[in-house]
Design a protein around this ligand. Sequence first.
Ligand code: HGY
Ligand code: MN
Ligand code: MN
Ligand code: MN
Length: 420
Amino acid sequence: MPDSVITEQLAINKDRLSRHMKQLSEYGRLGETGVCRPTLSPVEKEAFGKVAEWMEEAGMTVRLDNFGNLIGRKDGKDPDAPVVMTGSHIDSQPAGGRFDGTVGVLSSIEAVHTMSEKGIIPDRPIEVVSFCDEEGWRFGKGLFGSRGITGNLEAGELDRKDADGITRRQALREFGCDPDKIPESRFSPESIHSFLELHIEQGPLLEKADQPAGIVTGIAGPIWLTVKVKGFAGHAGTVPMAMRQDALVGASEMIVAFHEIVKEDPEGTTVGTVGELNVSGASRNVIPEEVAFTIDLRDIDLDRRNRCEELLRESFQRIAEKYHLKVDITEDQNTKPSYCSPWIQDIIDSESQALGLNAPTMMSGAFHDALVMSSLCDYGMIFVRCREGISHNPKEYASDDDLAVGAELLYRTLLRLAGD
Ligand code: HGY
Ligand code: MN
Ligand code: MN
Ligand code: MN
């Protein structure tokens, strides 16, 4: 990467950004390099306190909305103009990396801090958001904060329970939010000018291209399902094989069938994962009666994703009949894929060239709050390189140099969007 990008051209404060990244990774630190920072948890609350401090230092007024989003606002020349929104999330996977989401939140704060230090007052107000529950693992449904402000919540969402039986509603209350007032925290379509998110790539392409930053062209949309398979508990020693209704054998065959369906089109961009599997009342000498597993199915091509979903539903039904089982599939999340706004991609591209970069364009297999914001406004995404594309893993890593380049590109793009 051209050294010039690292030295003279940086307006943002690289040392402050890396210092804040290190400090934030201490909240919920897991081992040497990982984090466990569940959404709406006490540790995330503490981390929000620190992030709010940094937002104030950057010259922003700070609020916690009723969806659990932490929002910093920098007023522009025209206080009533639609906001330019930027940000990401700081909640993590149970054994996550310290860069997923945090890079976007802290770089956005750094960009605004730099504007304030330079006395820049943009035409439009800028709002930096640390969204609530992007990851979705605690309550089995993600992108909560962004779906909240854009009016994309569904019935019953506040009653979803975590593994300890705590509802999202209770968790929001304990976090200091008023879930009964969430309609007040919604944004109207005309109130947001555009949305910009910086995130680690969570894939290997930038490393392969030997580039620190990339321009996102589109984001794959996930459908999340919970599959419950019901058989009949029996004695492991006395029930003949031909007479069993073994829920775990059926579920195992369904999981392999799902994998084959997703892999069917070798050119396809469909991906499928079973991340959770649970056997109720598990015991090695009882034939399993109830098994539940999760489906995460994604594609940038909605038709192809729908086709896979159709095939898996048919296949699961066939396998259930074969083993005299019942199968029940509930939909937990369904967010459509979407393409980034070409005019914002062009701005990112021209700013990256001004920085001497040769930023490749790429699709995002990971979903992001930007995907949800696209339902309300034009949006763009910038990726920064992460080592071997590793993410959702404590080994996740991005260098200070690459983070500085990403933050600089975000800063310059924000200035263009907000008008300086
Ligand atoms: O699962 C995702 O794509 C995101 O990292 N939460
Ligand atoms: Mn500081
Ligand atoms: Mn993320
Ligand atoms: Mn993630």
